[in-house]
Design a binder for this molecule. Structure first.
Ligand SMILES: CC(C)(COP(=O)(O)OP(=O)(O)OC[C@H]1O[C@@H](n2cnc3c(N)ncnc32)[C@H](O)[C@@H]1OP(=O)(O)O)[C@@H](O)C(=O)NCCC(=O)NCCS
Length: 178
């Protein structure tokens, strides 16, 4: 059973290792580091087993632009589990704990671009159906959102704009759930 806790300064290298191994490339490692350096990591949790960081999840603010006043949502990206520890429920525990943390902090909506088979189990649904467009090109079924406060998106719609750090990442590839 992993311990899920907020990241600390001492975790930074281990988080880079987990992210790099999970995605098999540097793009998401840089994304995490840049978001953190620029103070955009609203929620950043690690999963630790026997003193080793084996998973990580990060949320950054995103802005919903519309004809009405803009409002803020959170973007879940990236979430990573070391390959040797995948499919043991660690990612699910991280996601559930982090969504609860976001809710406790008063955040109402979380969006992501990710595996359409994975995220619905946590309550994510198609974001387009809730009135949210993605600023990046993403398959309809991969662009997802969850209302942490039921009805939070009622009567609201718009285009979600991510932090500029995502532009760098997207230039190298389209955003997944990051
Ligand atoms: C996605 C990820 C964080 C899930 O963590 P995990 O600890 O393996 O997840 P869990 O054990 O809680 O859940 C396992 C489930 O995840 C699903 N899953 C894992 N990776 C998946 C993938 N690449 N595509 C679709 N589903 C996936 C499986 O369906 C599995 O379901 P099952 O139990 O019915 O087989 C982890 O696999 C990972 O780090 N992947 C590489 C990085 C990545 O793709 N991040 C997310 C981008 S959307």
């Amino acid at each position: 059973m992993p311990e899920i806790r907020p990241e600390t300064q001492q975790d930074i290298d281990a988080i880079g290792e987990v992210t790099g191994q999970a995605f098999g490339q540097q793009v998401e490692v840089d994304l995490v580091n840049h978001l953190r350096e620029h103070g955009r990591a609203v929620v950043s949790l690690v999963a630790e087993i026997d003193g080793r960081v084996v998973g990580h999840i990060l949320f950054s603010p995103a802005t919903v632009e519309s004809d009405n006043p803009t409002f803020e949502v959170l973007c879940l990206a990236p979430v990573s589990v070391l390959p040797a520890y995948q499919r043991q429920g660690i990612g699910s525990q991280l996601i559930r704990a982090a969504l609860e943390e976001c809710r406790l902090l008063g955040h109402e909506v979380v969006v992501l671009v990710g595996h359409p088979e994975y995220y619905p189990r946590f309550g994510f649904v198609r974001a387009n159906a809730l009135g949210l467009e993605c600023e990046f090109e993403a398959p309809d079924e991969a662009w997802m959102a969850i209302e942490l406060r039921p009805g939070a998106l009622a009567g609201r719609k718009g285009r979600v704009k991510f932090q500029p750090e995502f532009q760098d990442a997207v230039q190298k590839q389209p955003p997944r759930s990051r």
